[in-house]
Design a protein around this ligand. Structure first.
Ligand code: NAD
Ligand code: MG
Length: 389
């Protein structure tokens, strides 16, 4: 029992070394009596994973890179902590019994471990939006069948979750996702050709991992989030609006049929939405800076410019098309962003690669996980070949 008299919460973190993972452990570390950490996972950052394991004493750690199994094992020698590696090791970590799992791996690499947590009926705090974009229908079906609970961590979806009347979905007119507009909100299209990865990863408001920072700069992130929203909330595809709000104070809104608009506000710090999922349905104290609206003084809004940010248009079209389209969009985008981060393609090539993949591939329905894996593989191969050209 924790000192508060409440049972300790057992928690696992998939992607514990990332931006979301570290913010989650920051909250957990502030109230160590309230939580038992069961499993931690990372791709390759052994040093940080070992530090985290020493601080939080999980039952298991898993590293995605199988070559790092032995070094990790050696570093934790004498600790009783089980060590696993490779994709199956991540799934094994997710399968360890815990009440709550942070799905904080980036990209569709997070799909199988997140699914493993959902399949055992855990409460899944979902940061990994790529899961829902690449496998929405199949993923949501499994969550329902397993009686798992899905709590959105993404700040926009967390905001909507906080103000959405799930008992009266018919009273909801639209949801409105806010977007900061990213670092290039005011840049002319012609000037975007020269954008370097170093500039693209510098987000004006949020400190995040490289992939989501690039997605925020292309506005693909907001498109992925529109697809994510469709799978998280009982709404139709055409009930999702997107508005640019450069201050990132209003994290999103729900518009009701009587004309009321309910919003969730706060400073841009992921520890607020993470804390909401960690304590849900309660609320816990966080060290997050308090919102001072007088200091913010001005909240601006504008319509997104789809001609300068074609990635957002492509994602919205993929949502409308359905079937394999979101899977292709996501896979091609992951490969293109990786290519951009490695200086192999330019910033404007990212949406071009995604668009070409969507044009060339068949947009059939995905009826099972095998279909999905095939389409994901094909889209990655096509995007890689486009980069090589
Ligand atoms: P990050 O790059 O900082 O961290 C990613 C984590 O995933 C790391 O722990 C890394 O070791 C692990 N990882 C990466 N590739 C992997 C692989 N192939 N196999 C296994 N593990 C792997 O990313 P982040 O910013 O923390 O984002 C994580 C997820 O949360 C993303 O899906 C992102 O879209 C979403 N998200 C992040 C934020 C944010 O503020 N950072 C906000 C909303 C949503
Ligand atoms: Mg977001």
């Amino acid at each position: 029992m924790a000192s508060s008299g409440k049972a300790r919460r057992t928690v696992s973190l998939l992607g514990s070394t990332g931006s979301i993972g570290c913010s989650t452990l920051d909250l957990i570390g502030r109230d160590p009596d309230a939580y038992d950490v069961v499993a931690l996972t990372a791709r390759s950052n052994i040093e940080l994973l070992v530090d985290q394991a020493k601080q939080f004493s999980p039952q298991m750690v898993a590293i995605a890179d199988p070559d790092l199994y032995q070094p990790l094992k050696d570093a934790l020698n004498g600790s009783n902590i089980m060590v696993a590696a490779g994709p199956s090791g991540l799934v094994e970590a997710a399968e360890q019994n815990s009440d709550w799992v942070m799905a904080g791996i980036v990209g569709s690499a997070g799909l199988w471990p997140t699914l493993a947590a959902a399949r055992r009926g855990a409460t899944v705090a979902l940061a990994n939006k790529e899961c829902l974009v690449c496998a929405g229908d199949l993923f949501v079906r499994e969550v329902k069948e397993s009686n798992a609970t899905l709590l959105p961590v993404d700040s926009e979806h967390n905001a909507i979750f906080q103000v959405f009347d799930f008992d009266r979905p018919e009273s909801i007119d639209r949801i409105v996702l806010t977007a900061s507009g990213g670092p290039f909100r005011e840049l002319a299209y012609a000037e975007m050709a020269d954008i370097t990865p170093e500039r693209a990863v510098k987000h004006p408001n949020w400190a995040m991992g490289a992939k989501i920072s690039v997605d925020s700069a292309t506005l693909m992130n907001k498109g992925l989030e529109a697809i994510e929203a469709y799978y998280l909330f009982p709404i139709e595809k055409d009930q999702i609006d997107i508005i640019i709000h450069p201050q990132s104070i209003i994290h999103s809104m729900v518009a009701y049929r009587d004309g009321s608009v309910l919003a969730q506000l706060g400073v841009a710090d992921m520890r607020t939405p993470i804390a909401y999922t960690l304590a849900w349905p309660e609320r816990i104290q966080t060290p997050v800076e308090r919102l001072d609206l007088a200091e913010v003084a001005t909240l601006q809004f504008e319509t997104p410019d789809l001609s300068r940010f074609p990635a957002l248009r492509l994602a919205r079209e993929a949502l409308q098309t359905g079937g394999a389209a979101p899977t292709i969009l996501n896979a091609a985008n992951e490969v293109a962003v990786e290519g951009f981060l490695q200086h192999k393609v330019g910033f404007l090539d990212i949406p071009r690669i995604v668009e070409t993949a969507l044009e060339r591939m068949e947009l059939a329905a995905l009826n099972c996980w095998d279909d999905l894996e095939q389409v994901d593989r094909d889209a990655r191969a096509l995007a890689s070949s486009l980069i090589a050209q």
